[in-house]
Design a protein around this ligand. Sequence first.
Ligand code: ZN
Length: 430
Amino acid sequence: MTKSFMPHFKSGAELLDHQLKGLQWTVSHAYNGSPFYRQRLGQAGVRPADIQSLEDIRKLPFTSADDLRAGYPYPLLSVDPSRVVRIHASSGTTGQKKILAYTQKDIDDWAGFFARCYEMAGLCPEDRVQIAVGYGLWTAGIGFQLGCERFGSTAIPIGPGNVDLQCQFLVDFQSTVMCCTASMGLLMAEEINRRNLRDEINLKKMIFGSERSSDAMRQRIKELLRLEDMFDIPGMTELYGPGTGLECAKHEGIHYWADYYILEILDPVSLQPVPSDGVGEMVVTTLCKEAAPLIRYRTRDLTRRIQHACSCGSLLPMHDRILGRSDDMIIFRGVNIYPSQIDQVLSKIPEVNCEFQVVLERKEDGKDHMTIRLECCQGLAASRKPELERRVANRIKNEIDVSPHVVIVDYCSLPRSERKSKRIFDNRPR
Ligand code: ZN
């Protein structure tokens, strides 16, 4: 029997008790160890002794990426610098880097809960895990590797890109699991087919990090590679790194490690809890992180809580996949809308292409109006456009509860960008 990395709670109440103790420890540790936190908590009028229940988390002030940048190079540091054994930086941001420090216990905790990810994905010590994500200052590669070694499977740390070597090792080492972005997964699937290697490899599972994988993309990868299963792995540098949860094989949601952090899902404007299964911003508070503890850290990532217990029987609660970033939210006639919601509606309509623009204007009547300009698929007859416009408008009305004016434009007529495309044009007066 291999070692288990799952928590040993027998009930939800035991988990909540563990969370309260962790919350009390974190507030006290941050207050005593970090001048930043002492000042921030002082401004909010909270002292560690005020945290008597989990509801008292609402008394605590928020922290954000701005606090991390302002505290460069050692933001939120709550231990003596001599106890720091490593730093990482978050990737993908411009300007001042967000640097996070780790003690040895932080690294050990991270490795332990990352090992839990592999356990939840159903790996065993015989598995060979090809790690095709980045190594360096960021947390990706080394996180996947630490967790793999702790779990006891074989890590094959190739790093990203290098398709020739990826293919060669899939054949030579008969790798059973590949960890990569969903885009890389699709690229590999197409390449393996192009090279006719499908019957020479032994790949069974893929674990996708750092990028949301769409259902369409997953379906294509699964078919091309005849995989047993695929999993999305969430995580961010601020919260140790990747591996803060995983979908189980039932795929009813992402189980998250509630024994390491408290997850709040809040309305990004009012900062109040969203109603039961509403979409909101993920706000996290760590329970045992030493070097750079997080207190109500605003991640800007949007998701919703999944209310029902998973049929796998795990007590670990679930959130949905990451649905977008709160910075992208628009408020239209009192409704909060995220571009990813429009994206999701459009992806269900086969006659439209994925490129679109949303234009918001205030007309003479004083009301806000939304126009969605949308490309049709290649070769759609012009005579079919009016019907398609009506159908798209109805779908959006039904699913997002706003009534846009929909204009179907020709295939490939909207501007393309090599960087992120600008899709929202808010021309309303401020
Ligand atoms: Zn489950």
